[in-house]
Structure formats: C-alpha cells, structure tokens
Ligand binder design. Structure first.
Ligand SMILES: Nc1nc2c(ncn2[C@@H]2O[C@H](COP(=O)(O)OP(=O)(O)OP(=O)(O)O)[C@@H](O)[C@H]2O)c(=O)[nH]1
Ligand SMILES: [Mg+2]
Length: 301
C-alpha cells in the first residue's frame, strides 16, 4: 500500500488541501468547498460526467460533516471503477500467449519485464519474446531485463517481419514447455494504419501457430497523458480486440484520475498498474487501493 500512496502523490496533491479541510469540518461541506473539490477533481483528470455525478451525490448525501463527505466520495469512486478481479496466471492454455501493445514509449518493454517477474513469482515458467523488430535497442533493453530477472528470452532480428517473429516465439515457447509467453511489440502510433494492420498480422500469426492465441492482448497506457490516452485505446481496440489495459507511469502523473475514464469507456478490465521503474513496481490493479491512495487514507492515519 505504501508504494500506491507514494505513486499517487502527484495526483492526490491537487486536492489534498480541500480533503484535509473536509476531514476537519464538523459541518456539511459548503458550496465553496464543493466547488473547490470539483475543480480539483477535474484537474486530476477525472471524467467530467463522473465529477458531475460525484458532486450531485455529495450535495444530496453528505449532510453530517466532512468525514461523511469523504466516505461518500470514497464509496462513489470505488463504484465508478467497477470490478477488476486479479488476473489468474494459471491457465489450461500452455503456453498462455500475452501480447503487449501500445504507442511509442508507453512503457511496453519495461512492463513485459515486470510482468515476467510477477508471473515467475507465481511459479510460472516464463518466456519473454522480444518482438520489437523496429529498434535494436528495444531488443537489447528486454535482453538486459531477461538477464537481470533470470528469465528466458527469444528475440527477432531488427527489420524482420514482426508476424514471423511472433510465430517463432510461440514455437519456441511450445518447444521449451513455457507456461507463459510475454511478447513485446514495437511502439506504434494508433493513427498509422499500416502499423495497426501489422498488429493484426501479428495476431494472425500467433493464431496460426497456436489456435486461440493470443490469449491476452494488453494495452499499455501512459498515465502522464491522462485522458488523451483514450483515443489511442479506442483505436487499438478497433484494430485488435484488447482483453485488458495496463496503466504505466502513475508515479509520474498528476492525471491519474483518467483511470476512471479507462474503466468506464474501454469495457476491458484494468489488469495492472505501474507505480515506478523497478521490477516490483507493477501491481495487480486494485480499485480499493487506488481510491484509498487517491484520498490519502493512510496518510490521514
Ligand atoms: N516512473 C515510471 N517510469 C516508467 C514506468 N513504466 C515505464 N517507465 C519508463 O518509461 C520509459 C519508457 O519505457 P519503455 O518500456 O522503454 O517503453 P516502450 O513502450 O517499450 O517504448 P518503445 O519500445 O520505444 O515504444 C522507460 O524509461 C521506463 O523506465 C512506470 O510505471 N513508472
Ligand atoms: Mg519497447
């Protein structure tokens, strides 16, 4: 929980003052305080519609003091995130093929490494697939992580056909008896049609080698972009059906409120959240932890 609190501090700081005022107040929040809270929540990039609903709830239900107002807020925020059950690594599919996609620099390669670390810790035999055929540095980066984490890796050559590399990675995972194949891909702009088509080809190659694959397609969204990332998400979802989202760089963002928009609009679970750069900094997404860290519940004591 401590790292959730730290990671969300930039976003939380936007409304920490208003919250602390609420905590101390014995009276129901006045109009000025509610206006201030509304403005703070919007700056933290919570969706406008949600903030409107929150304010209506607060005006209606928080009549007995500031602490009650925070309780109403907490409950409404949790409800807005919906259910995001922990991902179960165990599966009848062997290998379980997980495709990691996203725009340039969103955090895909780092996230692949962190996922490998998490899966290994649950006893899975993991194979990393370095499928970034655009940048040799991308492959080197994942190799560094594989070495650091003592994890197996297969890599495609720079300039190779991404679909062929994907096909070979599944073959390697099958040959080695891996439980999970985590396949990194090159960063691609959601607006570039040929690159999005390449992603479809990658999906096709995976299915050709192993019917049913990819079993998971996870989109990595950079939290520093806030709701701007939603446009990307819709385009990726249209190109290749996503099964989950991963939010990266929450620790560097003051717009973590956009997570509420992702939860509402994308229609796929938020699977993991990146709270820092280290291998332990990827955590299963937990709505209650997220909201508690946003409201600074533990700091309050
Ligand atoms: N602070 C912080 N930094 C992160 C997080 N996740 C990734 N990063 C950093 O973001 C930068 C980009 O991460 P990469 O994993 O290389 O991103 P990528 O999507 O693979 O990039 P391309 O392959 O170039 O498209 C790196 O410096 C990472 O260390 C996170 O959760 N928190
Ligand atoms: Mg990369």
């Amino acid at each position: 929980m401590a790292n959730w609190l730290a990671a969300l501090s930039r976003t939380r700081n936007l409304f920490a003052q208003t919250l602390s005022k609420l905590w101390k107040s014995a009276a129901a929040p006045d109009g000025l305080t509610l206006d201030e809270l509304e403005e703070n929540l919007l700056r933290a990039d919570l969706p406008v519609a949600l903030v409107g609903e929150l304010m209506a709830h607060l005006a209606r239900e928080a009549r007995h003091g500031g602490a009650e107002a925070v309780a109403v807020l907490r409950q409404q925020l949790r409800a807005a995130l919906g259910k995001h059950a922990d991902f179960a690594w165990n599966s009848s599919a062997k290998p379980r093929v997980v495709l990691i996609v996203g725009v340039n620099g969103s955090g895909k390669t780092t996230t692949c490494a962190k996922l490998a670390h998490l899966a290994k810790n649950t006893g899975q035999k993991v194979l990393l697939g370095a499928g970034d055929t655009f940048r040799a540095a991308g492959v080197e980066q994942l190799k560094w992580w594989a070495n650091h984490l003592h994890c197996d890796i297969v890599a495609g050559a720079t300039g190779a056909d991404a679909a062929a590399v994907a096909f070979d990675a599944v073959a390697a995972a099958q040959a080695r008896g891996s439980d999970v194949l985590l396949l990194d891909t090159a960063g691609r702009m959601h607006t570039k049609t040929p690159l999005m088509q390449e992603l479809q080809k990658v999906g096709g190659a995976l299915a050709k080698k192993m019917p049913g694959a990819p079993h998971e397609v996870w989109l990595v969204l950079d939290a520093t972009l806030g709701q701007n990332a939603l446009v990307q998400a819709r385009q990726f979802h249209a190109a290749i059906p996503l099964t989950g989202a991963i939010i990266s760089k929450v620790d560097g963002s003051s717009k973590a409120g956009f997570v509420f928009a992702v939860a509402k609009e994308l229609g796929v679970p938020i699977r993991f959240i990146g709270l820092g750069e280290g291998e332990d900094d990827l955590q299963p997404f937990h709505a209650a932890h997220f909201v508690a860290a946003l409201l600074g519940d533990e700091e309050k004591g």
